[in-house]
Design a binder for this molecule. Structure first.
Ligand code: SAM
Length: 292
């Protein structure tokens, strides 16, 4: 087996060889601990028939571990300076395809058709650039791609919000927006010391597995997410208050909201953080009848 890219010594050597300087604005915190990388990849349950999509290979630390476990790896890197580095460090792995560009602009469906047509399942595995964690996840979930799930590193605070259950402080509209599509759990907490340079925040790896069917049937998904955002706008206010502030004005607005809450079987005095995703679904369907 080839020598790991992600040891502190080899990473330093590579950075020095290419005169590479980190760009904070691109969320460049590279992993320098092969054990963490092995752990991340093990949570993805890849086999020799799997495909992996990575966002931000950096100098290839995680990419090479994916290449050892999966049939094919496609990795998107925005920073052009890293392309010659990756060509060098990943030269032992012919099953890796590096795509230069911003993942948020990429036509991922097309990339899957071009490079991952012959794999049996696809996982997104990445140490994400923290400044765009949520947009990346929302794009990959919203585009309804043939992806089995995600094992991704992010800021711990965001990981907590994504995986939060009702009744907790971290539970909010982001929990709903993600858990509508996936079952979500924190897989591991990661110390700052395994990064170069070390980030200012704590990190966690989360595992998201796509649901076969949504947890609740809704008339309009975007309206569900909008209703959830309204209900959490002021966390200490009741749902009734928040909906009155968030919904468009019209004749007998309050009565329409009360009617919808009654139809959804939800007490108007409850707070958003106590509602399950199923209840948000029922509420958005009832409000849809009144307001759409
Ligand atoms: N995977 C490497 C590792 O674990 O050592 C690097 C991870 S680093 C946290 C994030 C990487 O994402 C960097 O290489 C950065 O250049 C890249 N990146 C940042 N924004 C991106 C974007 N919008 N699209 C694709 N890659 C991006």
């Amino acid at each position: 087996m080839n020598k790991d890219i992600a040891t502190p010594i080899r990473t330093q050597e590579i950075l020095k060889k290419y005169g590479f300087s980190f760009k904070k604005s691109l969320g460049q915190n590279f992993l320098i601990d092969p054990n963490i990388l092995r752990n991340i990849v093990s949570h993805a349950n890849l086999t020799e028939t799997s495909g992996a999509i990575e966002v931000g290979p950096g100098i290839g630390a995680l990419t090479e571990h994916l290449a050892r476990s999966a049939k094919k790896v496609v990795s998107f890197e925005i920073d052009q300076r890293l392309l010659p580095v990756l060509e060098d460090t990943l030269s032992p792995y012919p099953n890796v395809e590096i795509i230069h560009g911003d993942i948020l602009e990429a036509d991922v469906e097309k990339v899957i058709a071009a490079h991952l047509a012959d794999v049996e399942d696809i996982m997104v595995v990445a140490n994400l650039p923290y400044y765009v964690t949520t947009p990346i996840l929302m794009k990959l979930l919203h585009d309804r791609l043939p992806i089995r799930g995600f094992v991704v590193m992010m800021q711990k605070e965001v990981a907590d919000r994504i995986t939060a259950k009702p009744g907790t402080k971290a539970y909010g509209s982001l929990s709903i927006a993600i858990q509508y599509y996936v079952e979500a759990e924190v897989a591991m907490i990661v110390p700052k010391t395994v990064f170069m340079p070390q980030p200012n925040v704590d990190s966690a790896v989360i595992r998201l597995i796509k649901r076969d069917t949504p947890p609740v049937n809704v008339r309009d998904e975007d309206f569900l997410f909008e209703v959830a955002r309204m209900c959490f706008a002021q966390r200490r206010k009741t749902i009734l208050n928040n909906l009155q502030n968030g919904l468009p004005n019209g004749k007998s607005k309050k009565d329409c909201i009360l009617n919808a809450l009654d139809n959804a079987n939800i007490d108007p005095k409850r707070r958003g953080e106590t509602l399950s995703i199923e209840e948000f679904g029922a509420l958005s369907n009832a409000l849809y009848v009144e307001f759409k």
